[in-house]
Design a protein around this ligand. Structure first.
Ligand code: ADP
Ligand code: MG
Length: 352
């Protein structure tokens, strides 16, 4: 990585002097990247973002922006734009006045403000809405204005904290693509916070998975999905069937009911208790293999979701992509499951 735009070094944060809500955070953010902090509620994402914005101070460690400790850079010189979930537009100002605000506090000329406002409205597809007040706009439109306002002074870094959290699914997906497009067009660095894994997978160059104030894994969407670092990441991103198992030998796991699953449990010793995870979409219905019974079929258009009783487990799920002429299994049907050894992920039973 070339010189990172942001560097967290051993950053910890405690609000009460006891509980660390961010613990020993080391993170380099590359110039121009779209980095998402993904994790459950309370995992320390917002606190991390607030420290980067300069609204909270780290209890320990340091944060560098463009090679300088952030606490030595005055806020108006940090060049950071922010967008939050609850729009935070000024209700008594028009859209154009809202957009002009970050420019006028920086002493931009009237002509420049007018030109930039027009361009920013065009970028978020709201040309012609400059004279409206926020309450005359839909939630999605208000959030577009908030986006435009965060970008209007050409910041090098934009922080977004669950910016689409208040919107319904369709609008959220539309704006996800819009933000991606803006990111690609402007080449700005974006640090994005969400608890929604599909949003993180859709948008990010890299994802930092947070839990308990620590990064559990940092990587591209496919690396995190295909090669989760621990059981927490495997469970939080995508769906998984989770099973207790024992390492039978170097190529086999034994489930509680005695079912043997071929896999390669690297780094584990025979007899060790482990957690096995299998993604539903990796399970095949086969001519032969592990016997199972279909207990529920949910038709979802592009795929079927099967609940199975397998290996003594009451709930084992498989997804079956819909294909032309495919027979949909029926409830109560006896089937065979093909579980490729590469589909079985093995984790330490005690991992987070
Ligand atoms: P996230 O954004 O991942 O949901 P937060 O960073 O908001 O997580 O919170 C992490 C932890 O810090 C939570 O336990 C939360 O209750 C606590 N916390 C957040 N902000 C404050 C604050 N201003 N004062 C005290 N505790 C806080
Ligand atoms: Mg938060």
């Amino acid at each position: 990585m070339s010189e990172p735009i942001v560097r967290f070094r051993a950053v910890s944060k405690s609000y009460d002097g006891r509980a660390q809500v961010v613990a020993g955070l080391d993170l380099d953010i590359a110039r121009g990247e779209f980095l998402t902090l993904l994790g459950p509620s309370g995992s320390g994402k917002t606190t991390t973002l607030m420290m980067l914005a300069g609204f909270e101070d780290p209890s320990e460690g340091s944060i560098e922006l463009e090679g300088r400790r952030i606490d030595t850079v005055p806020p108006h010189k940090r060049g950071i734009g922010v967008v939050f979930q609850n729009y935070a537009l000024f209700p008594h100002m028009t859209v154009a006045q809202n957009l002009a605000f970050p420019l006028s506090v920086r002493g931009t000329s009237r002509a420049e403000i007018a030109a930039r406002t027009a361009k920013a409205l065009e970028m978020v597809r709201l040309s012609g809405f400059g004279d409206r007040r926020p309450q005359q706009l839909s939630g999605g439109q208000q959030q577009r204005v908030a986006l435009a306002r965060a970008l209007i002074f050409s910041p090098t870094l934009v922080l977004m904290d669950e910016p689409l959290g208040a919107l319904d699914k369709q609008l959220r997906e539309e704006l996800q693509l819009e933000i991606r497009r803006i990111h690609a067009t402007l080449g700005v660095t974006i640090v994005y916070v969400t608890h929604d894994q599909s949003e993180a997978l859709t948008m990010s160059d890299r994802i930092a998975v947070f839990e308990g104030g620590r990064i559990q894994q940092l990587g591209t969407a496919d690396a995190i999905y295909e090669r989760p670092a621990n059981a927490f990441v495997a469970g939080f991103i995508g769906e998984n069937n989770r099973m207790e198992a024992v390492v039978a030998d170097s190529t086999t796991l034994r489930l509680a009911d005695g079912t043997m699953l071929p896999t390669a449990p690297h780094g584990f010793s025979t007899g060790e208790h482990v957690l096995a995870c299998i993604r539903p979409e990796k399970v095949r219905l086969a001519e032969a293999g592990h016997p199972a019974t279909v207990t529920e079929v949910v038709y979802l258009g592009d795929h079927c979701r099967l609940r199975l009783s397998f290996a003594g487990l009451p709930d084992f799920f498989a997804k079956r992509a819909s294909e032309d002429g495919m027979a949909v299994p029926r409830q109560g049907e006896a089937v065979f499951l093909g579980i490729p050894d590469t589909a079985v992920m093995v984790f330490r039973a005690s991992s987070p």
